[in-house]
Design a protein around this ligand. Sequence first.
Ligand code: ADP
Length: 503
Amino acid sequence: MVEKRSVSAPPAPAGNPEPRRSVAFIGSECVPYVKTGGLGDVMYALPRELVRMNCDVRVILPRYECIPQKYQEKMTYRGEFYMDLGSTGRRVYIGIMELIDSGVVYDFIDNKEFFSGPKPYYDLVGDIPKFCLFSKAALAALNFLNWIPDIVHCHDWQAALVPVYLRTLFAGTPVGRAKSILTIHNLRFQGIYNIDTIRYWSGLPEYVFTDPALLGQNWLDANLLKGGLAFTDRITTVSPNYAGEIQGWEYGEGLDAHLRFNNRKLRGIVNGIDYETWNPETDPSIPVHYGTKDVLEGKKADKLALQKELGLAEDENKYVIGLISRLTNQKGLDLVNAIVPQVLDDFTQIVVLGTGDSTYEDSFRYYENTYKGQFSACIQYDEARAHRIYAAADSLLVPSRFEPCGLTQLNAMHYGTVPIVRETGGLKDTVQPYNQYENSGNGFTFDRYDAGLLLDAINRSKTMFFTDRERWNDMVLRDMQKDVSWKNSARQYKDLYLELTPW
Ligand code: ADP
């Protein structure tokens, strides 16, 4: 029998003066169930913060087979229905599995055929049908559950068809009255495939495959993100600086004209980090806890422990530079590769944690082998080790070619680790360059994408670390005291929801 009833998150505390709004988050990953990058962190932390601001939040995700068993076991069956699969002529099973955590309701869209395998994403051949199905099923599930949100908040190309469905196939249904927001976490990925295939899997009407909607920039393909941007009520991206950059040719990834056309809807809101997950005073993954009062001693102890763990020379006085990143072309790793020999000396160590393109994995392995005891290449995805590196390192490199927001520099600052970043995207919004005249700023920065400038920034940081420790320690404290929580950002999202629903 189909169970069909409306369940909401726990009611807000009595007397909460915040206006109440209901929001459905729709996206392809969310910590702790599935994560490949910053999107997963945002899908976890922002809903929790919004609940504290009197929002009723449901997060809709695919029920991937790769979600760890311990979470699968916690899910309860909420119901099932059958849905037309695009224009394939097939009707497919959609199950809804649910769990509630910290006041947020998580609904997982279940379909074994589409969400199987050990990873959430493969290639577009499989991913296009998967996310066409997911976007449509997410809206159908809201109707089925009879839980109609004020706002549907979608994330990245995987959920970009949601605003398109909302104003076409679902326009006359209950969920059709919701307002929509589409957040761009990374413009590089847009979901581009040939029109016939997308028409087949989405079942969307012919007229949406035109400009300025889904028709791709080459006038041949369909572009899911472009369609979503056209149909959504508001567009956000994850930093104000990136919101400006993507309207220009260099960072626009071919959508700059479309974004300029839609720019009255566009706004940048910087990400935060979750202070429960990221807290050096309580972090279960780090050997020695510390706060602002004992950061200097705490970080030294954590540095010695990490050096031991990774087989580096054990010496608390060495300058340890961390790098935690997906190893892809976006992250400025060719700049790092070019200067490793010049950075390493008897007083400096580098620790890299990441997986990705084999060229970078191999070059970092090469450096580990060549500079034994000075360079460590952890070619793996390891959350706990990431926490230990944030705690132990003196500085963290983020030399990205482009960076919509960036979370690693925020984690680093909160752990008293000085960021060395390229002035691009959210890195520019979140790291104020050191000013030697005022003794202010949070890190070291460089502007052009140039290995020499990265080396210069690293050398400036080294000079301060070795010759002016007092100022270095001031910066460490400023970093730890900087508010990088979700509070400010969640407030801006809430304001945006209220702007769209001004009753
Ligand atoms: P992106 O989303 O482009 O990958 P972000 O800086 O926004 O980059 O987010 C990266 C997140 O993933 C951070 O929380 C970072 O600590 C984490 N991370 C990246 N690589 C690894 C890794 N190899 N092991 C553990 N955590 C990682």
